[in-house]
Design a protein around this ligand. Structure first.
Ligand SMILES: CC(C)(COP(=O)(O)OP(=O)(O)OC[C@H]1O[C@@H](n2cnc3c(N)ncnc32)[C@H](O)[C@@H]1OP(=O)(O)O)[C@@H](O)C(=O)NCCC(=O)NCCS
Length: 172
């Protein structure tokens, strides 16, 4: 398979089952205990900013984006990102991140947040969030709390408990 055989599309409800299988395979049952999962329980992800990669019509990778808020700040939480083992290391993961960040920017979002490995996400524009600035609903290694600041100043507004945007609006 070459990278040119991969088709990237916005997520649709019909992709749900395949995405669930991909995430189960990538993260196992432990995925339900993750901090980001807890936030995503607070409301839906944004389908318009979430994408799948297809090879021969089959979903082989997915990235989801969920609107969140903390303090005065707003962001989209990127994840889960997962690629089927057979299709790893051909650039699909990086491409999905780039597409999702670009879509977030076009939709007017100023900040993309995630919990992940800095060596992977650093070259994609993500930097470590200052320790103690935000709090996730479950323990997270601060070195894995990363943000891509699309609009300068948007990260400084994100302070305190990160919750789903629907909950943030209720709390405001
Ligand atoms: C992480 C993941 C999404 C990467 O997807 P992918 O399509 O294989 O990645 P790409 O092809 O875009 O990039 C591959 C490169 O990233 C590197 N890489 C992969 N995972 C990495 C990690 N966790 N940390 C640092 N580098 C990583 C690979 O070694 C490879 O490096 P190279 O280009 O120098 O050879 C995929 O391995 C996966 O689904 N893993 C399981 C789920 C997961 O951990 N998701 C991320 C949650 S934060």
């Amino acid at each position: 398979m070459s990278i040119t055989d991969v088709v990237y599309l916005p997520e649709e409800p019909a992709h749900d089952q395949a995405i669930e299988e991909i995430n189960a395979e990538a993260f196992g049952p432990g995925r339900f205990t993750r901090a980001a999962y807890k936030i995503r329980e607070g409301g839906p992800h944004d389908m318009a900013l979430s994408f799948v990669a297809l090879v021969d019509g089959e979903v082989v990778a997915s990235v989801r984006m969920t609107p969140v808020g903390a303090g005065e700040g707003q962001a989209v939480l990127l994840g889960p990102l997962a690629v089927r083992p057979k299709h790893k290391n051909v650039g699909i993961g990086r491409k999905l991140v780039r597409i999702a960040v670009e879509a977030a920017e076009k939709a007017g979002h100023g900040l993309v947040l995630l919990v992940g490995d800095a060596p992977y996400y650093g070259p994609l524009g993500f930097e470590r969030i200052p320790a103690g600035q935000i709090a996730m609903p479950r323990p997270v290694d601060p070195a894995r709390l990363l943000a891509n600041e699309i609009v300068p100043g948007s990260l400084a507004k994100l302070i305190g408990d990160v919750v789903h945007a629907d909950l943030a609006r209720q709390l405001a």
